[in-house]
Design a protein around this ligand. Sequence first.
Ligand code: MLT
Ligand code: ZN
Length: 462
Amino acid sequence: MSSADGLASELAAIAGRDHVLVDPELTASYETDWTRRFTGRARLVVRPADTAETAAVVRACAAAGAPIVPQGGNTGLVGGSVPRGGEVVLSLVRLRDLEPVDRLAAQVTAGAGVSIVEIQAHAREAGLDYPVDLASRESATVGGTIATNAGGMRVARYGPTRAQVVGIEAVLADGQVVSRLSGLTKDNTGYDLPGLIAGSEGTLAVVTRARLRLVPRVDARATALLGMASTAAAVELAAKLRERLQSVDAMEAFFEEGMALVCAHTGLSRPFAGPQACYFLVECAAREDPAAELAAALDGAAGVVESAFARDPAQRRALWRYREAHTESINAAGVPHKLDVTLPSARLARFESEVRQRLAAAVPEARPVLFGHVGDGNLHVNVLGVGPDDDRADDAVLRLVAELGGSISAEHGVGVAKVPWLHLTRSSADITAMRRIKDALDPQGILNPGVIFPATPIRAGG
Ligand code: MLT
Ligand code: ZN
């Protein structure tokens, strides 16, 4: 029996034979992420049922010196949720406990494998809401979105996932369990481990449960899709709407190349007669119908060339479809390089035009498709027409981001995709501090090696 078989038997004794997968036909869906750019063979996939089994799995892997890739809904976009070659994929999808909503605290405790759409529905039944919302909501999980500090559409209003995390239960690299699920909003007792683990991309601990903040449910919504004269006008309008309206819930932008791809892929007809320099989608949400205040704020707004307004759910969904169908339409056209970046708002418009010029100069065959969350300065630069291992486009885009004072990762994380460029927007002191934290919490280096930092050889267990 090989050592791989030995570990598989040990893990089968913990999680059950049906939940240790070694057959390539069964492991395949765990081995490629949403982009299809990142793929690798797993040593095996293990799916524990609860925290105790997860801790036992981590202990067994640590004793065997077997590196682990924690995985939620596998909707990651930077190669951080799939094996690079030979790791154990630790899938948390069976950790599906969802406790009753605590209305007095406006919080809920959820297992790592609960999907975002499930926690939203659960909160809404109690008259509250979970404010993280993203296009992958059906598959993305509580654990995965905490590990990546996922952002999405409502960050400008509510903050990213980390801002919703009141507490975490997580398995450390040696199998110990840290549990901070009391839900105390004020609890300054030492280091903020939940805040540190959120966004650590599975490199510091494996999230098994979380205590999450809920917000008041606001059901009255109004949505407008606008054709803008320029990206600068869209950025200006975003600032103006934020100043005037408390109900602004989402402000998104996309461009002609994305609109063309989406219409070709989905069969949707174009919303306006002609192409627009920039498309701006704004949604307001409040207890009372925000349609009148949104219409008033848009009336005569500078740079608005075309507009479509929607109040009823079907019409609103139709407008959102132009934005939300970007990811699938891009994927249908090829395997993209996905460069998720933030810029200072004052430089967003400049970046949008300069990045196209830089890409054209660096990689003439590159086809950029940009879209993103203009309300918080986050653009997704998708690049088609470039081979999976060809880094020229990544280099050109990320260097420009750094020159303009932005961040090379807004909400998708560093993963393996951006490791070579981490130094562009993190100083060597920053990187040293992060490495020391990693080494302290995972001295063997078994948790998601190769993510955020270059992989180092696995060290023997203590
Ligand atoms: C989105 O904003 O739709 C997500 O970040 C997914 C993506 O970038 O493809
Ligand atoms: Zn996004």
